[in-house]
Design a protein around this ligand. Structure first.
Ligand code: NAD
Ligand code: DAU
Length: 356
């Protein structure tokens, strides 16, 4: 048995589905079901008794302690977080609560549980913390990609809260000997991605005939990885990573945002042309930049490749095509996530955001 937190979110749901598609043991999925948690992403597991879903908060120490005692997992994988940079800028409080306080409470419960294990169960237990490349800050155009030795320079409330959680995880290893693993991954994309993030937002807006809002000059660079490649990296780190180590995960795939948006538009032109025969690129609109917007992220993924033999299976070309095809094939999922809380966010965040 393993315990996964945040398994109803974008990456967590992909991880849970992939895990249970293989010959793996059952898992307990603890998720608070915030606006970003979506049980519809896990609909394929409705009749699968190996998936035990528990609605709850990683910050609820007694709940986590009860689950650990009851299910005796051999590992905990922590995906649960507030994850959207723009939301962290407009209301940081939830990021501090979940990403810092929540991770702390989770670590405390896990430390108590692990402390009570003996023998092989204790030696082989792992706490895997899923983190981000954003903790390293922003790179100059020609600077080498982030290695695991890069200093932490988080710039947004989101990345600062993730950095704090990484430091806590590290400290629990150094001080208490808790066998932790940390992964710092670049931007993911793929199925079940909530359409407040760049790629799904562009797909959904394009199809709805809405503007495609590009922040600033659109030349900010991100390093894109297909989500199922991230999931395979996490499985590999869990299987063979060395306790206390950090592994950077990335796709060797740096692209400016405007290129990403153009690629999405061109794929939609091919797969679902606009009824008026015009190109989706015509919907692109440059709007006011994100405050403190990081200019460039890039991951040096040589450590995980050399030490654990992991590398991505998808190129950006294959992964983005699969992604666009998935959104076209799942209009109901898209329609349902665009209700209530999502609509309120889009209406408020993009209101009056025209470039000055
Ligand atoms: P997401 O926002 O899609 O999902 C987060 C999930 O966590 C949701 O299901 C939500 O309900 C749950 N959650 C939030 N607060 C919780 C709490 N207090 N207790 C229990 N559950 C809670 O996020 P994501 O994009 O799937 O990211 C997952 C993890 O991976 C995060 O830790 C994020 O920092 C990290 N990460 C994301 C990316 C990316 O590109 N999306 C890249 C690198 C790392
Ligand atoms: O790098 C890993 C991180 O990637 C994760 O840790 C975060 O959880 C995840 O949300 C993501 O953060 P970003 O801020 O890079 O992702 P987002 O999709 O919000 O934005 C990607 C880029 O696109 C960024 O430079 C901002 C820009 N953007 C975004 C939106 C939503 C736009 O130009 N327009 C938009 O409307």
């Amino acid at each position: 048995m393993i315990l996964v937190t945040g398994g109803a979110g974008f990456i967590g749901a992909n991880f849970v589905l992939d895990w249970l598609a293989g010959p793996n043991e059952p898992l307990v999925n603890l998720d608070k079901l915030t606006y970003a948690g979506n049980m519809e992403s896990l609909a394929a597991l409705r009749d699968d008794s190996r998936h035990v879903f528990v609605k709850g908060d990683i910050g609820d120490g007694s709940l986590v302690a009860r689950l650990l005692g009851q299910y005796q997992p051999r590992a905990v994988i922590n995906f649960a977080a507030e994850s959207h940079v723009d939301r962290s800028i407009s209301s940081p409080e939830d990021f501090i609560q979940t990403n810092i306080v929540g991770t702390f409470r989770l670590l405390e419960a896990v430390r108590a549980y692990w402390g009570g294990l003996t023998g092989i169960a204790k030696d082989e237990f792992r706490f895997l913390h899923v983190s981000t490349d954003e903790v390293y800050g922003s790179l100059a155009p020609a600077a080498p990609a982030f290695t695991e030795a890069h200093s932490y320079q988080p710039n947004s409330p989101y990345s600062a809260s993730k950095a704090a959680s990484d430091h806590l995880v590290r400290a629990y290893h150094h001080t208490y000997g808790l066998p932790v693993l940390t992964t710092n991954c670049s931007n993911n994309y793929g199925p079940f991605h909530f359409p407040e993030k760049l790629i799904p937002l562009m797909i959904v807006n394009a199809l709805a005939g809405k503007p495609l809002p590009v922040y600033g000059d659109g030349m900010q660079v991100r390093d894109w990885l297909y989500v199922r490649d991230h999931c395979s990296a996490i499985r590999r780190v869990l299987e063979a990573g060395k306790a206390g180590e950090v592994y950077n995960v990335g796709g060797w795939n740096e692209k400016p945002n405007i290129d990403i948006v153009n690629i999405v538009c061109d794929l939609l032109d091919e797969l679902q042309p606009r009824p008026d025969g015009k190109r989706y690129r015509e919907q692109i609109t440059y709007i006011k930049d994100r405050p403190g917007h990081d200019r460039r992220y890039a991951i040096d993924a040589r450590k995980i490749q050399h030490e654990l033999g992991w590398k991505p299976a998808e190129t950006f070309e294959t992964g983005i095509r699969k992604t666009v095809v998935w959104y076209l094939a799942n209009p109901q999922w898209v329609q349902h996530v665009q209700s209530g809380a999502y609509k309120d966010w889009v209406d408020t965040h993009y209101a009056g955001a025209a470039a000055s």
